[in-house]
Design a protein around this ligand. Structure first.
Ligand code: ADP
Ligand code: MG
Length: 333
């Protein structure tokens, strides 16, 4: 069997399945947006880590270094948001090609500092080494959540409504702008969504406090793939009404110009870093209001959890064929 037959998640499963848990404090390990450790009776410690590699996750010429710094931290904060947590500190390990300009690194760290200040998350350590060719950035973020307030991917129930915090597909559209060197001011929302995503920390925390949200994830790999994670963890299926999924009209204009499918950007584009969660129908409207009051740009109900297997999508009452999968490091490279 080859790496690309297994896929990213099959590979993680294969490599980690024989490890034993020696930590009685660990409530949740591999398989969610953060690991959860019970530190006191009241508080849980949340930990998440992400790796960004030049030429895999970013190309230096396509993202200004300040925004590379901002995005590196923001995408980690998004995983804390997806648990309903509050971010505390972060650690940055960086491997730097010896030829890198000092001013480039200053800009990366300026971006990190901006996000650190914006969300009140403290730089607490890291590691610095030289690299032979590619710039590599690994960030680990710690956070906390009260017992009973953190939300995993696991609790979705048949009949729950599926909601998202904001427009999907914009980051995938923005990626095309950077790849094709289009003028970013023609599609400013898409470009911004791609180079400067906003972790929905306040939304996540408010949903955690509400006690009404049964499962949650951040949309990092595309709605279908990330909703599949909720479905698999919760052992349920899902139905989506395509027309109710929020999107920015910019992406339709851009997709027409490029002759690409904006529908695939919405369903599988990834890197939107909006939150997707499930909620009991009788609290649907209340939760949409809470999300909006905490900064969600376009909170919407987009579907419902079912007892079938997999995800079905309807558009104007008809079956909508799924032609995208979302991002997988080993299947699509
Ligand atoms: P996310 O998209 O939320 O950042 P990932 O898809 O990267 O999550 O990872 C899914 C889960 O697998 C997470 O719980 C993560 O900690 C775990 N994981 C990923 N790679 C490894 C690895 N090499 N060893 C152990 N756990 C891993
Ligand atoms: Mg995540």
């Amino acid at each position: 069997m080859k790496l690309n037959d297994l896929g990213e998640f099959g590979l993680i499963q294969r490599l980690t399945k024989n490890f034993k848990n020696f930590n009685p404090h660990l409530l949740l390990g591999i398989g969610d947006d953060c690991a959860v450790e019970k530190i006191t009776d009241e508080y849980m410690l949340l930990v998440t880590t992400d790796l960004l590699i030049e030429h895999v996750h970013f190309v230096r010429e396509k993202i200004p270094p300040r925004f590379l710094g901002r995005k590196s931290l923001s995408v980690n904060l998004s995983d804390i948001a997806a648990m309903g947590g509050e971010a505390l500190g972060f650690y940055i390990s960086i491997a730097i090609p010896r030829t890198t300009e000092l001013t480039y690194l200053d800009e990366v760290f300026l971006g990190l500092q901006e996000i650190s200040e914006l969300y009140g998350v403290t730089l607490a350590g890291g590691d610095t080494t030289a690299s032979k060719s590619d710039l590599t950035i690994n960030i680990t973020v710690t956070g906390k959540a009260k017992q009973g307030n953190y939300i995993t991917r696991k609790g979705a129930l048949v009949g729950d409504f599926i909601q998202v915090s904001g427009p999907l597909g914009s980051s995938a559209a923005g990626l095309q702008i950077t790849l094709r060197n289009l003028a970013s001011n023609r599609y400013p929302n898409s470009y911004r969504a791609h180079i400067d995503p906003q972790p929905r920390l306040k939304v996540g925390q408010a949903l955690g406090r509400s006690g009404a949200v049964t499962a949650m994830i951040d949309v990092s790999d595309g709605l279908l793939q990330d909703l599949t994670h909720i479905c698999n963890a919760s052992k349920v299926g899902a139905e989506l009404d395509f027309n109710t999924i929020p999107k920015d009209d910019e992406i339709i204009l851009l997709s027409n110009e490029l002759n690409m499918s904006w529908e695939n950007w919405v369903l599988g584009g990834g890197e939107d870093y909006e939150l997707c969660w499930t909620v009991s129908p009788h609290r649907e409207l209340e939760i949409l209001k809470i999300a909006e009051a905490n900064g969600a740009p376009a909170p919407r109900t987009i579907g419902q959890i079912t007892d079938a297997k997999g995800i079905k999508i309807y558009r104007n009452g008809c079956d909508f064929p799924i032609t995208t999968d979302g991002w997988d490091h080993f299947r699509f490279v």
